[in-house]
Design a protein around this ligand. Structure first.
Ligand code: TRP
Length: 400
């Protein structure tokens, strides 16, 4: 039982995930109290996602913080592969990024990969992934990023900006690496084989533009680590710094499954940002808890928050205040807070959050499209004449 195998790649989560073993398998570091203290000393506090161990692993974060302390500014990067509406677990990296953007005063790059899930899922159409990409982008910006310091790559729109670096990256990544890292079968379409090059580009983009090394920090789920292992292997060979990573655990689903995925388990496993209030009510009412078989037993013995999907929602998002979170956790353990009451509180909290979220989402519509990078910066690629003009000089048919 304890050794039941699990597999985690960006494209598949199978079996009972043991996050500590996963971190070791991937060879990422443990997020230590010393590093958390380093973050706290700059921010003045710790985000609940850090404080409560949901972010639990990293690569090169200590060095990034030390550089920051010496005045070398980094930028943030995270992303989303659209295939449908976002659910609350999708906000984990973006909640943290928003907080880091504010506390460290740094730029944020968001990548919307409307190509990725189109290549991955046989039945998705390209117009669906593009449409969901736009919808997802509005949700992510509604988290509260500073529009003056936030930039978006929307793959099919941004390809002219992404492509020069993707070409450089792709040349360094052997097919055998992609096959081994992602576990692709021989029948895998070449779109997804190439895709990892596109996910790497934003790590290097600001350095490419600035013509100097700009450090990158990527907060993301640990399932994305394989992509960035590839990135980190080739970075220095291309003259760019290796991106630092801040890796989170995957959150459990409402139905008591191990991750909040809706691919296998369906819509009732997650709270979607576009769920109407009565859907939130219905899903939370039927959610898996750590409660006992009877009220009497629960009053006597208490319940088990660690296995409860409702508690996971409080912990990761809906009870940011530490005193309230402790009250909920202790009430649960001691049998004074029963599941029905706890669920009722969460329903109200989630409904309130979604109402505010939707209002913020309407406000970002005005400027969302203007944040999309759609061409490479002037001068990044040397020999082009102004659009429409003739080549300034002829370098010959094979200039180099
Ligand atoms: N591959 C991610 C997904 O499936 C999307 C993504 C693109 C991403 N760039 C990223 C995720 C950077 C985290 C960090 O959703």
């Amino acid at each position: 039982m304890a050794d039941e195998e699990f597999v985690v790649t960006p494209y598949e989560v199978r079996g009972p995930v043991d996050h500590d073993r996963l971190r070791e398998k991937f060879g990422a570091e443990r997020l230590t109290p010393e590093i958390l203290e380093g973050i706290r000393s700059v921010a003045g506090e710790l985000h609940p996602l850090l404080r409560r161990g949901i972010y639990y692993s990293h690569r090169d974060l200590a060095a990034l913080l030390a550089d920051h302390a010496r005045g070398r500014r980094f930028f943030l990067y995270s992303g989303r592969g659209p295939s449908g509406p976002l659910h609350t677990a999708h906000l984990v990296p973006f909640d943290l990024c928003r907080w880091v953007q504010e506390k460290f005063d740094v730029p944020m790059y968001i990548q919307i990969t409307d190509d990725e899930k189109f290549w991955f899922r046989p039945h998705l159409t390209r117009s669906e992934t593009a449409r969901w990409g736009w919808e997802n982008l509005l949700d992510l910006l509604a988290v509260g990023f500073d529009p003056k310091r936030t930039h978006v790559f929307f793959d099919t729109r941004s390809i002219a900006a992404l492509y020069p670096l993707a070409v450089d990256v792709a040349k360094k990544v052997p097919y055998s690496t992609v096959r081994a890292v992602f576990g692709f079968p021989p029948s895998q379409n070449v779109g997804l084989v190439f895709y990892t090059a596109l996910q790497t580009v934003p790590c290097f983009y600001p350095s490419w533009v600035a013509k100097r090394a700009v450090p990158c920090l990527i907060p993301c789920g640990i399932d994305q680590d394989p992509h960035f292992r590839v990135t980190r292997d080739i970075a220095e060979g291309l003259g760019y710094p290796k991106p630092a990573l801040l890796l989170s655990q995957m959150l459990p689903g409402l139905l008591g499954g191990r991750v909040m995925s809706t691919t296998g388990d369906g819509r009732d496993n997650a709270l979607f940002l576009n769920d109407p209030p009565k859907e939130i009510d219905r899903k939370i009412r039927k959610a898996f808890t750590g409660g006992r078989a009877s009220v009497e037993e629960q009053r006597r013995l208490g319940a088990t928050p660690e296995i409860c999907s409702v508690w996971a929602a409080w912990r990761s998002k809906f009870a940011p205040d530490e005193a309230e979170f402790t009250r909920i956790t202790e009430g649960c353990r001691q049998g004074t807070l029963l599941c029905g009451e706890c669920k009722g509180m969460l329903i109200e909290r989630v409904q309130g959050f979604l109402e505010e979220h939707r209002a913020r989402r309407e406000k970002v519509r005005d400027y969302a499209a203007s944040l999309i990078i759609d061409r490479p910066p002037e001068g990044a690629e040397a020999p082009f004449p102004p659009t429409g003009g003739a080549p300034a000089s002829s370098a010959g048919p094979d200039g180099d």
